[in-house]
Design a binder for this molecule. Sequence first.
Ligand code: GLU
Length: 373
Amino acid sequence: MRDQVLTQAKRVVVKVGSSLLASRASGLQMDRIERLADELCAIKTTGRDVLLVSSGAIVSGVQKLGLAVYPKSLPLKQAAAAVGQSRLMWAYEKAFERLGVNVAQILLTHQDLADRRRFLNARHTLSALLTHGVLPIINENDTVSVEEIRFGDNDTLAAEVAHLVDADLLIILSDVDGVFTDDPRRNASAERIPLIIEISSEIEQLAGGTSKEEGTGGMMTKIQAAKKVAAYGVATLIMNGQTAGLLPIALTGHDIGSLILPHGPQLSSRKQWIAHTLRAKGQLMLDEGAIDALVQRGKSLLPSGIIQVSGTFDSGDAVLCADRHGKEVAKGLINFSSALLEKMKGLKTADIRKTVGDQEYEEAIHRDNLVIL
Ligand code: GLU
């Protein structure tokens, strides 16, 4: 399983944190950036699409501005990011130029992805870049990101990017070897967990709150990012980014880091958007036959299987489908308004024609617009 996920990943998002690239005292470490570029190119030449989510702007700016401490105030962080981001990209430009690879800078805020149109714009741009062999380098647009529109940390940003580009794998490079059974700095017998099938509350507890001053991550945000992308059908590998040469080897299936498997079927981006981004305007109670048709047989929902309609919605809105006990089983885009569906529920197609006349659609929710939860 492990081998399969790692060796077959076609599109990979790699996230690297500030502490792996820079220090407050000496700024960006060119040797580390060059090594990262070498390893990213190595995985790119195996025919994969590679995107990098890189932190390091603020730390680099802090060093350049000669600030004594890591800034606490948002405007100063933003100012440091503005100074540091161009230095960061300059360093990447140099490092990738040696290897003949073009890079592109993409700066995002959460708002860019919460709006479907902007989400799709960003997606198209990234896909055009990948088609042209460019390696996109993404960071939060720290200079304009205020609290309400922030991702807050680059682990979360990397998770959203993995969703944005329909990645197969998210790799989070860290300064530890992976997820451990206990804190390895305090307990020498703590063991790395090579494979995590599902992020349980126990795993979340293990991750604890290991925040650092430089950068905002810690294991907790990495685990949260992995949990988020697992629901999008993306696997996550959390591994050590300090040891030279590990990244290309990890993708050959070697036992490196902790691999967190996706759960649930891989959904298309549009279905993920229906499932995770859209708010449901109403709920349908379905009978057992309809639930079986949807869940087991991959069919569309017909009005005949609907027992009850709740909420007020129009055709095209998102609605939830639940069983008689209120357990949610599916979510989809409805073809009829709640008023019309109220008249059609429980009726076979022929009876619908007699009762409410010919309708444009036979299905209440077409399979293509339906996500099983
Ligand atoms: N975007 C920030 C930077 O480039 C880092 C945020 C993070 O590391 O989570 O410095």
